[in-house]
Design a protein around this ligand. Structure first.
Ligand SMILES: [Mn+2]
Length: 416
């Protein structure tokens, strides 16, 4: 007999998007962010119906704060009611952001006979709850525990009951596995969790999707909300046949995705070229993704030694923020730009420099000296690496690179 379920976590309803620079046009796209989490939940709902899953597990931190705002309450209740209508059971555990007291305080409750179980709210605090397959037979048990307050630092496993033999057993926990932090939330040793022989462990608390063992997973936050939560976010989909997991996959559900990109501008000669390169690299980075997202928030790091250094200023950023949308084939916004470029120094200045930069520059200018160095070093290198470039081409590239090095040495000296 088979059944399937979805594991998601850390929805953090009510949490704002952050990591957007002050002049970022992305900041004005409030409507995108406002609806992002609601839209990802809609995706989860459609996926659940499409896959005809038997139940959904939510591993804590559904709400960002113990003060549930009206809209967050509405979104989540609506999501649960829709699932109830589809006869899909939901098991929710409380997290450190939404401990038991917050559900009671905000009168967010369900009848104890409801298909929706919020552990510790309409069930006892520590539970072994049966879940039902579509044929109304018990498919297995969900072992879970919620805590009353935001802080809890005793071993969580001492509250978890042993597995039911001959059934599929799931641990649904909001916890810190093998945490090294000073005050971890609900600490849990991975080795001990493994010893309890659960068939699947649906964990929450860590926002990056992670697989810890064959059957221990953090599904990660449903929708990234800051630069640290970059890359794909979504849920895990699990299908079980005869008490064995036959499908276990990560399914992206995010509608806004943070990405980080480092772009080297060294080979561009003017700002327009730099702008074109930035657009090109962004498009390339996105189009190479296996699972595309609706909207991207890119954090750019610009590096390299450039001749138009003084032109990389606020106006340049504004132009990128404004025009990126037109030049990109995707819905892209720049969340922030970090400028780590260095200025390319004028040949005249280097020629007259009496330091190492000047010395190196003169060496490069002297074709004979360079040929000598080249013969000494690169002939040997040439023997071991088969390059399609000829000697002159390599020499030219070395010269170009070395001139950038001159600029960097000159800049370093000035800073020092
Ligand atoms: Mn969380």
């Amino acid at each position: 007999m088979s059944f399937s379920f979805i594991h998601l976590s850390d929805i953090h309803l009510g949490r704002p998007f952050s990591g957007l620079s002050e002049y970022s046009h992305a900041e004005n796209k409030i409507d995108i962010y406002k609806s992002a989490v609601e839209k990802s939940l809609e995706k989860v709902f459609n996926f659940a119906v499409d896959k005809k899953v038997d139940f959904i597990l939510i591993s804590g931190d559904t709400f960002d704060s113990s003060e549930f705002d009206f809209s967050s309450k509405f979104i989540f209740k609506n999501f649960l009611k829709k699932l109830e209508k589809e006869n899909i059971q939901v098991f929710v555990v409380c997290g450190n952001h939404d401990p038991i007291f917050s559900y009671n305080k905000n009168t967010f409750n369900f009848d104890e006979n409801s298909q929706i179980k919020i552990v510790g709210v309409n069930t006892p605090v520590s539970v072994k709850l049966p879940f039902y397959r579509k044929d109304n037979q018990i498919g297995g048990y969900i072992h879970s525990v919620s805590f009353k307050e935001e802080k809890f630092n005793s071993d969580i496993l001492s509250f978890v009951e042993n597995i039911e033999q001959n059934y599929f057993n799931i641990a649904l926990l909001h916890c810190d596995i093998d945490a090294t932090t000073e005050s971890p939330y609900a600490p849990c040793a991975l080795s001990q969790l493994k010893d309890m022989n659960f068939d699947y462990c649906a964990l929450g608390h860590i926002h990056t999707p992670q697989q810890l063992t064959d059957n221990v997973f953090y599904s990660g936050t449903l929708q990234g909300r800051n630069t640290k939560e970059k890359g794909e976010h979504g849920v895990r989909y699990i299908k079980v046949q005869n008490n064995k997991v036959v499908e276990n996959e990560f399914v992206p559900m995010d509608v806004v995705r943070y990405e980080e990109l480092e772009i080297n501008l060294s080979n561009t000669n003017e700002e327009l070229e730099a702008f074109e390169l930035i657009c090109e690299e962004i498009n390339q980075a996105i189009s190479s993704q296996q699972n595309l997202c609706e909207t991207y928030l890119i954090s750019l790091k610009l590096v390299g030694c450039v001749s138009f250094y003084s032109l990389i200023n606020n106006q340049f950023y504004e132009d990128i923020f404004e025009r990126i949308q037109t030049y990109s084939s995707f819905e892209v916004y720049i969340s922030q730009i970090e400028n780590l470029t260095t200025p390319r120094i004028d040949d005249e200045v280097l020629k007259n420099d009496d330091g190492i930069a000047g010395e190196l520059y003169h060496l490069l200018e002297n074709e004979e000296d360079l040929q000598t160095i080249y013969s000494k070093v690169f002939d040997d290198v040439g023997k071991v690496c088969s390059s399609t470039l000829n000697k002159d081409e390599i020499l030219y590239l070395v010269q170009q690179e070395a001139k950038k090095l001159c600029s960097n040495i000159y800049n370093d000296k000035k800073e020092g």
